[in-house]
Structure formats: C-alpha cells, structure tokens
Design a protein around this ligand. Structure first.
Ligand SMILES: *Cc1c(COP(=O)(O)O)cnc(C)c1O
Length: 446
C-alpha cells in the first residue's frame, strides 16, 4: 500500500501528454519531471541538476526553498497556525502588514492602503481596473503595445499578445492600446501621440479612467521604459486626472534593482499591483496598493476565497525582514546586474552574424534576435541539453529571457552565461552545417 505513495522515479512525461490538456505550456520547452529545487538548482526525478535562469517566471526572486523562509514556515505549520484565512485578521497577516509598512512603505515615503485580492496577478489587475473605473466613472483604459497583465477578461483586454487575446472567445473591450516607449523607434517619443489624443476633442480617444503599464515589460520581451518617459507619463496623467496603475507583478520585488521598478524614475503611481515574488516562496499571493483617497470600495465588493494564504504571509514577512531592512540586497543586485549586462553585450559582439541586441535593467535582461525570431528557441533547447533552464519571451519568441533569481551567486551567474555562449555556438555550428547541406544538395551524415 505505502509503496504506491513512494515518489515515482519515472522520468517519463507520458501521463502529462496523455491526460493533461493541450493548454499546457512550459512543459513543452522543458519536458522533464522535476522533483526538488534548492536556491537556483532544479533537480529532476533521476537526480540530474539544472541551473535555473527562469525563476518561476519571476515568482522565485529569492530562489527555491530559501532557508530564511523554511524555518518560519515549518514552525508555523507545527504550531497549527491558521493556513486558510479568507480576509480574517490573523497573526501572520498582521505581521506581514507591519513588515510591509516598516520595510517598504515608510522608507520610501509611500502612503498606500493594501488590498488583498485572490492570489493571482490577474486578480490584482482586475481589482485595480475595477477600482479605477469606479473612482473616475469612466470605462476606457489605456494600455500599451507588448504589455502583459494576465489572462482573465479585464486584464486580458489590456494585454497585447494575440495568442492570449484570441483565446477569450468574445470581444475584449474598453481598452485603447497605445505605443509603449520605443515602439516607433528611438527618435519618437510615443507620449507626444498620447498627449495629442488627449488634447484633441476630435481624436476619438475616450478619456481613460486609467493608464496601466509595466515599467519594464516582461512577457512582452523585456522592454524597459526610459525613466524620462515614465516621468512624463506621470505628469500627463496627473494633469488630465487619469489614474496611473503600475503593474509591478514581474518587474517588482527587487527584479529591477529596487523594490519597485517605478522607484528609479522617482514617480508615485496611484495604484500598484503586486504578485509573483511577493510571497517569496512561490505560494500564491497578490496585493493591490492604492492611494487612501481612492479607497471607495464597499465591504466585500471584490471578494475571493483565497485572499488569505497565510503561508504566503509568513514567507513574505520573512523575506522583507531578511532582504529589505537595509540596502545591502540592492547593492548585490546592482553588482550582478553589471556582470549580466556586460556578459550579454560581449556574447552579442561575439556572434555578429546573428545581430543580437541586449535590453534590460536590474536582473531582468533579454538577448534579442529580431533578425531570426526562432533563434532563442533553438538556443533554449541547446541550453537545456547542457543543464540550463531558460525561457524565451516576446510576441514572436524573439527574446532569450534572463530572469535569474536575485540571490544567485556570481559563480552560478557566470556558469549559466557560459552555457548560453556555448549553446549559441552550437546553434551557429548546426546552422552552418544546414547551409552546407543546402549548397551541396546531398545528405551529409548527422
Ligand atoms: C505574470 C504577470 C501577470 C499575471 O499574473 P498571474 O499570476 O499569472 O495571473 C500580470 N502582470 C504581469 C506584469 C505579469 O508578469
């Protein structure tokens, strides 16, 4: 009997392919049965180790099973701490809110109230959009090209990618898509267009309740907006009494080098959405920060059974105390960011025929292959063979996405980058072979 419950040592993914819906995604790039995660190492059922440059799409900024959170979590379960709490007051939730005020809000001079939503990013975005529409009594929202805000209807309407949008099955309305910073090339300030639309009574733009954006776009291809552009957007929205919503679900929680990605621009958004790494340990949690004067919610108006994941609160508080009590963590991120950026530029230089470019900020970087959008997928496959898990992103998969855990060691960072370099070399070699084949018109032995 107990034998059936022993961990399977079967590395086959057959049952996933047979019984799990075709909707499955990441498993297709990484067809491996993973078993354990330690820091930046993933271990499969057969004991093989992989270096993780993916970090749960940004949900594992502090790595897998960070020892600083394990003990508080185990202690909490051991003493029968409340696990499921709806939005009841619990000691774990109280301790999280206190830590958030002390380590995040106060030192940054931020004055926000906290709304706990259902525990996914998309739910926080839904709440933010609902609130902005209620407060302003306007329905339209401005979002940007290549933006990603989640896949539930309201958030999906603000998401650019056709793959996600076309799955909705009905028209996604009440959002106007405008060009993000850089969309029309480096010489065009896309906010000139937005401002002109706002000032022109005949522009056709319904005055929006809010503008929603990522300060550094993640899924859309690692596109950082310039700090000046963000500042100007804050200025425009303020003058036109439009609420500014910063979606910090992926770029937040230290990813950009600061706790919030908007911090570097010195702006203060009206509403902020947080999820992914806020819970620190990878358990679901989401949070909306709102300026107190916007808090016109009636009690329970945006509800949810899982607003009180207390294991998330326990780990989230431990993370704030461990990493955000002083600026040491930010300094470490800056040092690793410099290594990552330098090494990526060097890799791009060393493979001139691929015409790769480098984009990013903090520990959120992309190696961009506009010329051949299929290249990152090929590099990814070669990297996996060499023990590196790394994702691609962008509307056509044209970006190799470096989303390392913020706690990664310098050695592991350099090791992963050298695997990437080797993998690009392997792709180049195989392409060379391919073109030789084509020229010869005969089969060359593989
Ligand atoms: C991942 C993500 C979301 C959606 O979060 P889910 O938990 O997947 O619903 C929203 N916005 C951004 C910027 C994200 O990266």
């Amino acid at each position: 009997m107990s034998k059936n419950f022993a961990p399977s040592n079967d590395a086959s993914i057959e049952i996933f392919e047979r019984l799990e819906s075709e909707v499955r995604g990441y498993i297709r790039s990484f067809p491996i049965v993973f078993d354990r995660g330690i820091g930046t190492t993933l271990i499969d059922v057969e004991g093989r180790e992989y270096l993780d440059f993916f970090a749960g799409a940004g949900a594992l900024n502090y790595g897998h099973n960070n020892p600083a959170f394990k003990k508080p979590l185990l202690d909490y379960i051991q003493r029968d701490g409340i696990i499921h709490g709806l939005d009841l007051a619990t000691s774990a939730k109280k301790a999280f809110i206190e830590a958030f005020e002390r380590y995040i809000l106060k030192p940054r001079g931020l004055n926000y109230k906290l709304q706990f939503t259902g525990p996914t990013g998309t739910n926080a975005v839904e709440a933010a959009l609902k609130l902005a529409r209620q407060v302003t009594k306007r329905s339209n929202v401005v979002a940007f090209t290549n933006g990603f805000h989640g896949v539930s209807a309201g958030a999906l309407a603000a998401t650019g990618n056709k793959k996600y949008r076309s799955a909705a099955g009905f028209g996604l309305a009440h959002v106007t898509a405008l060009p993000y910073d850089g969309y029309l090339g480096p010489s065009v300030d896309t906010l000139d267009y937005f401002e002109k639309l706002l000032n022109d009574p005949s522009s056709g733009l319904d005055k929006p309740a809010a503008v929603i954006l990522e300060a550094i776009q993640g899924e859309g291809g690692i596109r950082p907006a310039s700090l000046e552009w963000l500042q100007r957007l804050r200025d425009i929205t303020k003058r036109h009494e439009i609420l500014l919503i910063l979606d910090e679900i992926q770029a937040g929680i230290g990813r950009s080098g600061k706790f919030f990605a908007f911090e570097a621009a010195g702006i203060v958004p009206d509403i902020v959405t947080l999820s992914k790494s806020i819970s620190a340990v990878g358990t679901p949690m989401a949070l909306v920060l709102l300026k107190p004067e916007l808090d016109i919610w009636s009690p329970g108006a945006h509800s949810g059974t899982y607003r009180g994941n207390n294991l998330a609160f326990v780990a989230a508080r431990a993370a704030l105390e461990t990493y955000w009590a002083d600026s040491k963590f930010e300094d470490e991120i800056a040092a690793k960011s410099a290594i990552l950026a330098d090494e990526l530029k060097s890799i791009a230089n060393d493979f001139p025929n691929f015409e790769l470019t480098v984009r990013g900020r903090g520990l959120m970087y992309g190696l961009v292959s506009e010329k051949d959008p299929s290249l990152p997928g090929k590099i990814q496959a070669e990297a996996l063979r060499r023990g590196l898990v790394i994702e691609t992103c962008g509307g056509r998969g044209e970006v190799l996405k470096f989303l390392v855990a913020l706690i990664i060691t310098e050695d592991d960072l350099r090791r992963g980058l050298s695997i990437v370099r080797e993998s690009i070399g392997a792709v180049q070699a195989s392409l060379g072979k391919g073109s030789a084949k084509a020229t010869l018109g005969t089969e060359v032995d593989a």
